[in-house]
Design a protein around this ligand. Structure first.
Ligand SMILES: Cc1cc2nc3c(=O)[nH]c(=O)nc-3n(C[C@H](O)[C@H](O)[C@H](O)COP(=O)(O)OP(=O)(O)OC[C@H]3O[C@@H](n4cnc5c(N)ncnc54)[C@H](O)[C@@H]3O)c2cc1C
Length: 465
């Protein structure tokens, strides 16, 4: 069988690339080693974690948040198997949806492990041991990423778990120690905190959420502490020792000092992810790599003709929507169009309660690059819709170029921040100014008025504060 394009890996990068290529008339195949399509994101990442985040937030609301709205409930009871079923059903609907879309777009889908046998030849090894070669003009590698291990700590997915095991716990652990205060650790820590666990987070750095605007991260940490998530910042884990039914996590201050032992029923290792390239045959083909990632140029091409790569396996933020946009861009390039990804406008979201969403530069980045900027802030306490929902935690911050007023970054801590950030992305994609945003009519009463008011505050003319 001969193709224009064979995509390796059916995560958000790979399956979106295959569909776009097929739409553009390329004869396309996709190879996936997992039983279902959708990659990390749909099977063990974005989708199952959001299903549990939503369900656990509802549990928390039912327990604590509804009385103040005049809704009396008796103490809610956790039915964890039903919650897990909701998660599994959500995953199944999504992965089956991808299978349907591949079929609808006439993408040939192969289940098995792919290897680049030579330029233009992809070998697929199926689980029954059979092998076949797919001939192709182009290959796009979209093999994603895997959990980064903590040296010396063995993950058994029962007591010492990665994010995958943390999505499957049979009961809320009495005490959960989360290693790493990044997005995944704090999201999954939040889930189990809401379902009854005591949660302690250990982080090497002296702050939570590295990369997130510091003012936002600090305020967020205080809100998490109010939710009874404890933090040991600037501490490193020196060992995790299994005991009978749990583990002891040994930590010590990064700056030196007294070691501490924390007993845990479950330890979640969430220190990041690393690109996955094992078994692809890249070394034999001479594909250039840098710190585990495949090196690509602006057209996603590697140094080997006919081999391109996208998603978590190449440089840039390890995010599903970044992988998807790269998938579309590379397909368009292969079809002779001008596919492009604007890396300046890739939003990020932390799906905790409240949420964090951001796009563009942080204040720290603007300071470091010596850009003069103006800041507009607006708190949700001054927003009518937020008050009506009792979701008044957090604020919106708009950062604009001091000379041109062009928006350089938007940072939101608050309810539904992940939805609110979209208008900032559109604005920034069009090179818009804070004044453009401030003069755009926003519905009343909505949380999005806080975004508009923050833009007005850049010019010190917010009305409601
Ligand atoms: C718990 C968790 C929560 C997350 N939440 C979010 C979120 O809310 N938002 C967000 O944007 N991102 C989130 N992410 C990150 C997101 O999942 C990744 O950025 C995204 O999946 C990357 O897409 P990808 O297509 O590059 O790779 P992947 O989704 O990792 O897909 C790669 C696929 O390639 C397959 N594969 C690998 N090698 C081979 C081979 N040799 N042959 C055949 N198939 C192969 C793998 O089986 C896999 O299915 C989360 C991740 C985790 C772990």
């Amino acid at each position: 069988m001969s193709y224009d394009l064979v995509v390796i890996g059916a995560g958000p990068g790979g399956y979106v690339c295959a569909i776009r290529a097929a739409q553009l008339g390329l004869k396309t195949a996709i190879v996936e080693k997992r039983k279902t399509f959708g990659g990390t994101c749909l099977n063990i990442g974005c989708i199952p974690s959001k299903a549990l985040l939503y369900a656990s937030e509802m549990f928390e609301e039912a327990g604590h948040g509804l009385a103040a709205l005049g809704v009396k409930t008796s103490a809610p009871e956790l039915d964890l198997p039903a919650m897990m079923k909701h998660k599994d059903d959500t995953v199944a609907a999504n992965v089956n949806g991808v299978a349907f879309l591949l079929k609808k777009n006439k993408v040939d889908a192969f289940h098995g492990e792919a290897r680049l046998a030579a330029a233009g030849k992809v070998e697929v090894s199926a689980s029954d041991g059979s092998r076949q070669i797919l001939e192709t003009k182009n290959v796009v590698i979209a093999t994603g990423s895997d959990v980064a291990p903590l040296p010396g700590v063995e993950i058994d997915e029962k007591i010492v778990v990665s994010s995958t095991g943390a999505l499957e716990l049979a009961k809320p652990p009495k005490k959960l120690v989360v290693v790493g205060a990044g997005i995944i650790g704090l999201e999954l820590g939040s889930v189990w905190r809401r379902l009854g666990s005591e949660v302690v987070v250990v982080e090497f750095l002296d702050r939570v959420l590295p990369g997130v605007d510091l003012e936002v991260a600090r305020q967020f940490q205080r809100l998490m502490e109010k939710q009874k998530v404890a933090f040991n910042l600037a501490h490193k884990v020196t060992g995790v020792r299994r005991t009978g039914s749990g583990a002891i996590v040994a930590i010590e201050p990064v700056a030196g000092g007294k070691p501490i032992s924390i007993e845990a029923d479950v330890v979640l290792v969430a220190i990041g992810r690393r690109p996955f390239t094992q078994g692809l045959g890249l070394e034999a083909l001479g594909v250039a790599m840098e710190r585990g990632r495949i090196v690509t140029d602006a057209n996603f091409a590697t140094n080997v003709a006919g081999v391109r790569a996208i998603g978590d396996v190449v440089a840039g933020p390890m995010l599903a929507h970044k992988a998807e946009d790269e998938g579309i861009a590379v397909a368009e390039i292969l079809a002779g169009q001008h596919g492009h990804v604007n890396y300046e406008v890739i939003p990020g979201v932390v799906y905790t309660s409240p949420e964090i969403a951001f796009v563009g530069r942080t204040e720290e980045e603007l300071k470091a690059q010596g850009t003069a900027y103006s800041v507009g802030r607006f708190p949700f306490t001054a927003n009518g819709r937020a008050r009506s929902m009792r979701h008044t935690d957090g604020f919106v911050k708009v950062l604009a170029d001091a000379k041109t007023d062009r928006v350089l970054g938007v940072h939101i801590l608050g309810h539904a921040a992940g939805e609110l950030i979209a208008e900032a992305c559109v604005l920034m994609e069009f090179g818009g100014s804070a004044e453009d945003l401030a003069r755009t009519c926003h519905s009343h009463p909505t949380l999005s008025e806080a975004v508009k008011e923050a833009a007005m505050a850049v010019d010190k003319r917010a009305i409601h504060i």
